[in-house]
Design a protein around this ligand. Sequence first.
Ligand SMILES: Cc1cc2nc3c(=O)[nH]c(=O)nc-3n(C[C@H](O)[C@H](O)[C@H](O)COP(=O)(O)OP(=O)(O)OC[C@H]3O[C@@H](n4cnc5c(N)ncnc54)[C@H](O)[C@@H]3O)c2cc1C
Length: 496
Amino acid sequence: MCESGKKAVVIGAGPAGLTAAMELKKRTSVKPVIFEATDEIGGISKTVNYKGNRMDIGGHRFFSKNEAVTRWWNEVMQRDRGGDREMLVRDRVSRIFFLRKFFDYPITLSCETFKNMGLRNTVCSGLDYLKARLFPCKEASLEDFYINRFGKRLYKLFFEDYTAKVWGKHPSCLGADWGSQRVKGVSVTAVVKDFIQKKLGKKRSAKEVETSLIEEFCYPKYGPGQLWECVADDAAACGVELHKGHLVKRVYLKENRVESVGVVCPDGQIKKVDCDYLLSSMPIKELVAAMEGPVPQRVRDIASELPYRDFITVGLLVDKLKIKAKDGAGLIPDTWIYIQERDVRIGRLQIFNNWSPYLVADKENTVWLGLEYFCDEDDELWNMEKDEFVCMAVGELVKIGMIEKSAVLDAHHVKVKKAYPAYFGAYYELGEVREFLDTIENLFCIGRNGQHRYNNMDHSMLTAMEAVKNIEKGVVDKENVWSVNTESEYHEAKSK
Ligand SMILES: Cc1cc2nc3c(=O)[nH]c(=O)nc-3n(C[C@H](O)[C@H](O)[C@H](O)COP(=O)(O)OP(=O)(O)OC[C@H]3O[C@@H](n4cnc5c(N)ncnc54)[C@H](O)[C@@H]3O)c2cc1C
């Protein structure tokens, strides 16, 4: 079906863009040309290398319920093209730090949990949970979503403040959709089921495990960016053109097609590049703003108001942690820790040594941490100078007893724009934007910000794979591309 001599422009060299280019090469004779605005590969799934210490922007677990994606990742890491490729299998240990104590995440039915919560909280939580199950409320907000699944007290203890940290808004102001994307099937019922199945020693398939309950995941030896850099190398080896430092600034429309794109080159010159297809992983907000042609004003207005949440992470090198493992010796086992303490702004703490020892230049004598803050572009946190920010972040870790100030050896500070497409405000009008975008025959919106959906790497890849299938078969309908990560099971559960 696919004709040769055609060209597809791919915007972005993150997971979605790179997957699209590789799949186009594999399945069609269409020539992919990738334009990447930055000088880096991997988008928000890149790995930052600071003096030999590698930082993962957020801690990326490689886990998918889709076998094709898992196979795709494994094939990349098994290809013998250099780069010391190896996929590690890691244990997920992530806990909640609250009231200066550790709780399992998600909460488990352990003596430790009940001891930490105290008798009164435990009993009240149980009663509240029963009440929520017997008399569920109508789910108008994220607050309702949590209360229906955990009961009011557990929600107040474990979700209310943390959610406000992540989104900068109280859960009562957020849509229930965020819960469905973020915590999916996690609930007290899921936790109980998980507990019973573990006690019975029953092994479950990837499909049966809720994403938030996954206990083992894969991880490239040198972080997620390693995998995407390997994909970029493989793409170059099979003739894919990848232009780093090239920002797509204009998208020229003619009737119901994209005719060409305007690209800002590293020397500042703008060049026009014709295309037969456009696969875009750039944020929808910026894509619509870049369009030259007949775009309805209403679509422009909605897209310009799409909300995002931004992210700052501090890589902190320390000689040791103050907080010790249970046996009193060695490093605590956590890959990451949710910091629920109300008196600090830090949201999560990554311990990169536990993701992969190869991320740390001197793993014997140093601990390489990632301190994560959620913020809005141009808010107080975003505008803080690097040194001031690092000083504040160190002060917070000292305050909650994780480190001594004297343990700090070095720090790096990374800002990430649009880390999270947000589900409030103009998001609720996104359908109108999508409807318009779908009228543009040869345009495929793929990835996370490319669809304004809380897509993980696997979902982002799947959107690219679906788009390429359509190009291969000459299908102009985009329903399959937008349907990725809409989880029919959730909608079924919701309507029960
Ligand atoms: C804190 C955090 C933790 C996460 N943890 C996980 C996890 O554990 N597991 C998981 O699977 N996923 C995780 N994710 C999600 C994962 O990072 C994304 O799903 C994935 O990176 C999205 O891929 P993408 O290609 O759609 O977008 P991106 O990674 O955002 O890549 C888009 C690329 O397009 C480029 N671009 C944008 N605009 C233009 C333009 N105009 N011109 C040219 N180039 C442009 C950007 O520079 C970027 O390189 C996490 C995300 C965050 C923020």
